[in-house]
Design a protein around this ligand. Sequence first.
Ligand code: NDP
Length: 510
Amino acid sequence: MTQELTRTDGPTTTFDSLDPVTGDVVDTHPVHGDDDVRAVVADARAEAEWWAALTWDERKDHLLAWKGVITRRIQQLAEQVHRETGKPHGDALLEAALAIDHLHWAATHAEKALRRRRMPSGLLMVNQAATLEYRPLGVVGVIGPWNYPVFTPMGSIAYALAAGNAVVFKPSEHTPGVGEWLAHTFREAVGRPVLQVVTGLGETGAALCRAGVDKVAFTGSTATGKRVMAACAETLTPVVIEAGGKDAVLVDEDADVEAAADATLWGACANAGQTCTGVERVYVHERVYDEFLAELTAKASGLRAHEGDDSPIGPITMPKQLDVIRSHVQDAVDRGGRAVVGGPDAVGDRFVQPTVLVDVPEDSLAVSEETFGPTVTVTRVRDMDEAVDRTNAGRYGLGSTVFSRARGVELAGRIRSGMTAVNGVITFAGIPSLPFGGVGDSGFGRIHGEDGLKEFTYAKAVARQRFKPVLALTTFARTAEDEQKLVQTLTLLHGRKGTLPKRPGRRARG
Ligand code: NDP
């Protein structure tokens, strides 16, 4: 739905969040401008000081209390997600469940990942005791998308909070109620607004970038990510960019073809294809191509999106996305591709039916650009080398999937993407210890796991002198004799001739 701004009686401008199935108003929210956002960030700074001064255990207990509230009210949260995005209630439950698990992991692993630890000081600096710890940045601004309005921003919010930061969250204009729900329940559980929400359209997100936060964690499209980065560059505010993707599935000749087809269909069509790590293209070994396509076609033909409450696929949340999906499918067909399921007519007013495209050129929109709909291209390849080359040819590098009995992990290692699932799909997102993020146009920085905790900190290194150095080098009292001793020590430590790596192709004689 297009958001319309309304100037109400008072000085506050508002906007409505809408039900994408019916177009009904779900709720009305304020549009926070520059001054409002700055005021919220200033409040958050005081909260950040209080929060950072707590012990690890105290912060953990607060976060686990919040987790308890979310878990006990998960049905209410899922209903809010369902109303604002249109996705099936069960899918909303699943995303909330995953977010709860991440919150638990972040809360219970922050101390181990970030606390002060002793580091080796090295032979040259043996008189020093070295320690390293990861300190919170202060106030983190989180800008989130609408497609997974709980799971996606919580990947930043939970980890930033667990690392000791306060958070100001700007949810998508399509899902402001979900953001407010998260902030209200946090306040209820913790008693202080360490997590706060500002609502509005894109301009409110831009205001958050300018409001003096210590880092911005952005999840959304690559184009907006560039704007966020440009705005943050003005103040040298660091950013994490979790942007779009064009994830591929690779199906090897020894794969469980039925499982690969099942995973492909779910990966492509769950959440109506509006998933950053959704499956958008498949490369199948020529020996199993026909079998795979037959399985996928049979399964996809039985899947339909409809307005009923039991629809397995919801509507396209943003109507303007329908034009993008239509243009990608039409371009594929115009350029010699065939729709074996769905096609241009599958793109309706609100719903898009599953669409499987074959014989689509690699430079067509459906293969090279993020479609963000329940569509997938299937391409026959000679071997897995070709599959890897084609997968890596794109500008995105978020997730990927390999189906292979013998070579799954080896092929995964050759794909240029932040995450790869082997013989499953998008499984990495549900494993809290694994970092999540991309390369190339999919962005940079990581949420989830230890990397995700460290993303919201700065490394603090301390070197403490334990006793006077044997060689006094950092003083103007240094003598030529000291320098001579340094050279002797260095020669002992680093001066030995190294062994060159063996030349490839030459076997060492045994
Ligand atoms: P957008 O880029 O349109 O918006 C993302 C967020 O940025 C929204 O909150 C939006 O506000 C806000 N925003 C818009 N303009 C600005 C601006 N100039 N400055 C600061 N913030 C701004 O993405 P979508 O919401 O449409 O989300 C879909 C995209 O997100 C897809 O490309 C998808 O692949 C990607 N995504 C990536 C994920 C990942 O982890 N890598 C996970 C989930 C989605 P408003 O909505 O009010 O305009």
